[in-house]
Design a protein around this ligand. Structure first.
Ligand code: IPM
Ligand code: MN
Length: 344
């Protein structure tokens, strides 16, 4: 019989609350013959305050043995900016070679969008996850003086770009519209930009059925607001993908619905699924956090693990639930409602 050995990192703020609902829906959707085993990891602000550790190597080693990781949120105002982000979240993405950061955006029924005319939005951003300006390749000189100079070098390798571009073509090929847009800024970032564009064009020759185009990132932000329905699959670098997917969430019902998967498609390391949102310390403990983004991340995880029909069941349940959601509900109530739907 099948089994899932899942690592759970609740993390900080609302992380614990939303992860609890994700696990509730996961248990409800799994067929009897799939054994679920979870192990919780105590990582985040509390651990850092207590021990000074963010992600010890021994923990990383243990995490490696799981089939997948479910993560709530990382970050707390009591910890200097960057310590947990770099030392924990990005360390996991880099160590486990999560070169695909998959971020679907869909405008669900009965959700708010600031966009006029409620366009049909259903696209997926394939954000590169292990390179770009996120590698920590930079430094500062004469720090704190008026002559300070700081650099943050974007690292782009042919190997790294080709593998994520190829993944994006595969995604596009599998979707009905078969459209792929490369987003970069090759009129200014000419070195990285042309590396991306050249590889995008070359790999594209192997996918004649996929229609492609290219947008500068600034123009892409306009189209996200004026014509989001034009997008199907988007491939872009780590930082552009970070910014674009927050914008995508804002126009599709808010960050409370945005799911993501940090994926290592080779299976050499466990992939990690997390809501796009952060730890929201201002609403932690109030029951106001929407667990839907985490629950949709669980769906992405199930799809990655080959449980396609269970993934679809969760997504359909979210659709149906949102269509009927009117009065505000608590974190727990939303989790209960979705668990009931996927079970029934
Ligand atoms: C995200 C977050 C992270 C990122 C931060 C917390 C490091 O904004 O997952 O989008 O920039 O990737
Ligand atoms: Mn972000």
């Amino acid at each position: 019989s099948r089994s899932i050995d899942l690592a759970v990192i609740p993390g900080d703020g609302i992380g614990r609350e939303v992860v609890a609902q994700g696990l509730k829906v996961l248990s409800a959707v799994l067929p009897q013959d799939v054994k679920l085993q979870t192990q919780e990891y105590d990582l985040g602000a509390k651990r850092w305050h207590a021990t000074g550790e963010t992600l010890p190597d021994a923990e990383l080693e243990r995490l490696k043995g799981h089939d997948a990781i479910l993560l709530g949120a990382i970050g707390d105002p009591s910890v200097p900016s960057g310590v947990l982000e770099r030392g924990l979240l990005l360390k996991l993405r880099f160590a486990f070679d999560h070169y695909v950061n998959l971020r679907p955006s869909k405008l669900f029924p009965n959700t708010e969008t600031p966009l006029a005319g409620r366009p049909e939005i259903d696209f997926v951003v394939v954000r590169e996850g292990t390179e770009g300006p996120y590698t920590g390749n930079g430094g500062s000189l004469r720090t704190g003086t008026p002559a300070e100079v700081a650099t943050e070098v974007s690292v782009n390798t042919a190997y790294g770009v080709e593998r994520v571009v190829r993944y994006a073509y595969e995604q596009a090929k599998a979707r009905p519209r078969k459209r792929l847009t490369l987003v970069h800024k090759n009129n200014v970032l000419v070195h990285a930009g042309h590396l991306w564009k050249n590889i995008f064009d070359r790999v594209g020759e192997e996918y004649p059925e996929v229609t492609t185009d290219y947008l500068h990132v600034d123009a892409a932000t306009i189209f996200f607001v004026t014509r989001p329905e034009r997008f199907d699959v988007i491939v872009t670098d780590n930082l552009f993908g970070d910014i674009l997917t927050d914008l995508a969430a804002a126009v599709t019902g808010g960050i409370g619905l945005a799911a993501s998967g940090n994926i290592n498609p080779t299976g050499a390391f466990p992939s990690m699924f997390e809501p796009v949102h952060g730890s929201a310390p201002d609403i932690a403990g109030t029951g106001k956090a929407d667990p839907t983004a985490t629950i949709l991340s669980v769906a992405l995880m199930l799809r990655h693990l080959g449980l396609e029909s269970e993934a679809t069941r969760i997504e359909d349940a979210v659709s149906a639930d949102l269509a009927e959601r009117s009065a505000p509900r608590t974190t727990d109530e939303i989790g209960d409602a979705l668990a009931a739907r996927v079970a029934g």
